[in-house]
Design a protein around this ligand. Structure first.
Ligand code: SF4
Ligand code: SF4
Length: 254
């Protein structure tokens, strides 16, 4: 087996739900740490104080731009990492931290939160609030195969990761109109209701199984887009679905 890749979890301003979702892989997480990845940075799970060099940085949460330590940390993360992954809706689009004022204890000095892509170049977005355990696991395995796999595995990993890379290229702004133009109007909506459940201002309601968006109410937090499973839909992935899943299943054998 090829040597392991090094992975870090960098916690900015978020609720830790993404890390909990990563941990919810249970034995799968142990398999990843045993065979594919050394966890070299994670304030919750590893006793390392400074951001080391690493192959993949999983960044959770948005950045408080009034806190210079947070700004320095995200810049240091970019410098030290080959691949930066925005893990979850807050890192990708700001999500609820777009209009947060310091959490439960109101701290006006912490009123400016930005998604990490507004401050550094980001390679991969994993949307979702939180992303599912399987989604995080799959991206980790595919990142490993992209960096260390044979030619066939690299090609499958590239196909799987491309929609997530395209999300990163598309930028940090997403709103109800993006759901409308890129998902609903394209005939991709499957009526799951996740967007309506995610919207913090109830700008989305489900009518006859389809989301109806009150654009005047939308505060452009991107939560609906981060949560929509069809916002990163790809025919390439669908066409190679069995081969991709076989590669992931084979990799996850204990
Ligand atoms: S529709 Fe709701 S969840 Fe979507 S961006 Fe607007 S406010 Fe946020
Ligand atoms: S989350 Fe996406 S797929 Fe689900 S109802 Fe909303 S727009 Fe449709």
């Amino acid at each position: 087996m090829a040597e392991k890749i090094t992975v870090g979890h960098v916690h900015m301003s978020g609720c830790t739900g993404c890390l909990v979702s990563f941990a919810d892989n249970y034995e799968g997480l142990l398999t990843i740490l045993d065979k594919y990845a050394d966890l070299v940075y994670c304030l919750t799970l590893a006793d390392v104080r400074h951001i080391p060099e690493m192959d993949v940085a999983l960044v959770e949460g948005s950045v408080c731009i009034n806190d210079h330590l947070s700004v320095e940390e995200i810049i240091e993360t970019r410098k030290n990492s080959k691949i930066v992954v925005a893990l979850g809706g807050c890192a990708c689009y700001g999500n609820i931290t777009r209009f947060c004022r310091g959490g439960q204890m109101n701290q006006p000095q912490h009123e400016g939160f930005l998604p990490i892509g507004d401050l550094i170049d980001v390679d991969v977005y994993i949307p979702g609030c939180a992303p599912t355990p399987q989604q995080i696991r799959n991206v980790c395995v595919m990142a490993y195969l992209l960096l260390k796999g044979n030619d066939e595995q690299k090609a499958l990993a590239g196909a799987y990761l491309t929609p997530f890379m395209n999300l990163a290229k598309a930028g940090t702004e997403a709103c109800g109109c993006d759901i409308m133009t890129q998902v609903i109007n394209q005939g991709l909506c499957m009526g799951c209701g996740s967007c309506a459940a995610a919207c913090p201002v109830r700008a989305i309601s489900m009518e006859y199984g389809k989301p109806q968006i009150e654009r005047d109410l939308c505060i452009k937090c991107g939560a609906c887009y981060a949560q929509c499973p069809r916002s990163f839909f790809s025919f390439d992935v669908v066409n190679q679905y069995e081969a991709i899943m076989d590669a992931i299943d084979a990799a996850m054998q204990p």
